[in-house]
Design a protein around this ligand. Structure first.
Ligand SMILES: *Cc1c(COP(=O)(O)O)cnc(C)c1O
Length: 420
């Protein structure tokens, strides 16, 4: 299904016109398609077939409770990176036994919270973290299930800010230090070694980096096996890319088939549960940011469309130079198209959403910034004391408000002037 399509020149989300959503909820508003989220997750499930695979949704891509709840109902596990994300999963009744806890800097409080909840596994990123987790678990009288996040030194071929599997990145335990770390984990009394994991980056558009990482993990699995350290699961992380422009990421089917094939050629490859931690590829293309043109202006030859969404709503262009398609919500044939930079009201030259887009535009028109389901609202801030956007999930002809637009007074409700 294509969740956002034109019907008689008007852009729809499923069976509802985006114009109606703007009239009802205002702008800027994030609009997600329920069907697109469920379908994307379902494709992973179909690709897994009868294999022992657990797809955990990486919450940080989009942590709205409605999205988490929807995926929990579809049978997803969850990949969390903070105590806050754990609370979100618990708030919708998600099963702790399906949560893996990633992240390079877990605090003691977060470890306690996760141990008390009974998460499936801690993805541990250093020897110091092993020692801390052992101590925290011991104090609670529990054994912590652990996997070590190995840095396989594989180039994911993606933007430096979202590449995580290279030696120079802060993430994981270096491949050549992993054996020693596993020996430490195996002798600590309050830890239980369960698996091995890696996550080499995001927006990966080829299969090869995943296979290279798997090969590196399997080398370690063999070395551990020889020492009598048995693992239950292999976690290959997330990172599958989506199409923003003309990228050609592998299908979920092709990625899984290649991974299964590699495992089938390993003597014990079929015996491990496989865990994945996908975020972007589940929600990225399931959302748009709906925004209205406030002003058109021209500085010399340069034309700007100043819209009511800004870098605080959608930071990816400013942060990564990311490209998002910009779609007119109503296609016009009554004026000539011009090249516009689509910019927001924030006082920064870095406040742009798209550059040099050919569009026929008038003030007051609505635009949809495409592929805005992942790492968009999740990264939104209140910079310039701007209220964060509303979020709506469309289901057929129905629109459900799943996050209210923030009230301005709430933006400074926690602040206090000094006493007079
Ligand atoms: C961000 C992250 C993911 C999800 O990455 P996507 O590119 O959104 O699939 C998975 N695992 C870890 C550890 C992460 O940090």
């Amino acid at each position: 299904m294509i969740p956002f399509q034109y019907r008689q020149h008007a852009l729809f989300a499923e069976d509802l016109a985006l114009e109606e959503i703007a009239a009802r909820f205002g702008t800027p508003t994030y609009v997600y398609s329920r069907r697109a989220i469920v379908d994307a997750f379902g494709e992973f499930r179909r690709a897994a077939g009868a294999r022992n695979v657990r797809v955990c949704y990486a919450l940080k891509a989009n942590s709205n409770l409605a999205v988490i709840d929807l995926l929990a109902r579809e049978g997803a596990g969850f990949d969390i990176v903070s105590g806050g994300e754990l609370q979100r999963v618990l708030a919708v009744g998600g099963a702790p036994s399906r949560i893996v806890f990633s992240g390079v800097g877990k605090s003691e409080a977060e470890m306690r919270m996760a141990l008390e909840a009974g998460v499936r596994c801690f993805n541990v990123e250093s020897e110091s973290e092993l020692l801390r987790l052992d101590r925290v678990a011991g104090a609670l009288g529990r054994r912590a299930p652990v996997s070590l996040r190995v840095n396989p030194d594989v180039d994911a071929g993606t933007h430096p800010y979202i590449s995580t599997g290279l030696r120079e990145n802060k993430f994981g335990i270096a491949h050549d230090a992993a054996l020693a770390a596993y020996r430490t984990a195996a002798r600590l009394p309050n830890l239980e070694v369960q698996g091995i994991d890696c996550h080499i980056g995001s927006q990966i558009t080829a299969i090869e980096p995943f296979l290279a990482a798997l090969d590196k993990l399997l080398e370690l699995v063999d070395a551990l096996h020889a020492e009598g350290i048995a693992l239950r699961h292999l976690d290959l992380g997330g990172g599958l890319g989506i199409r923003y422009d003309d990228e050609q990421p592998p299908s979920r089917q092709a990625l899984f088939a290649a991974i299964f094939d590699r495992l089938d050629r390993h003597p014990r490859g079929g015996s491990y549960e496989l865990v994945f931690e996908f975020g972007r590829s589940i929600v990225g293309n399931a959302g748009v940011l709906l925004t209205r043109v406030e002003y058109l202006k021209r500085n010399g030859e340069h034309r700007f469309a100043i819209v009511d969404a800004a870098m605080n709503d959608l930071m990816r262009p400013a942060l990564y130079d990311a490209w998002h398609a910009v779609l007119p919500v109503r296609q016009r044939d009554d004026m000539a198209a011009q090249h516009y930079d689509i910019v927001g009201p924030v006082c920064e030259s870095g406040d742009w959403l798209a550059r040099g887009r050919r569009l026929a535009l008038a003030e007051g028109d609505l635009l949809a910034i495409a592929s805005a389901g992942a790492y968009c609202m999740a990264m939104a801030s209140n910079y310039n004391t701007r209220a964060r956007a509303a979020e709506v999930i469309v289901d057929g002809r129905d629109a459900h408000l799943v996050r209210e637009r923030e009230a301005l007074a709430s933006l400074f409700a926690l602040e206090r002037p000094l006493p007079r």
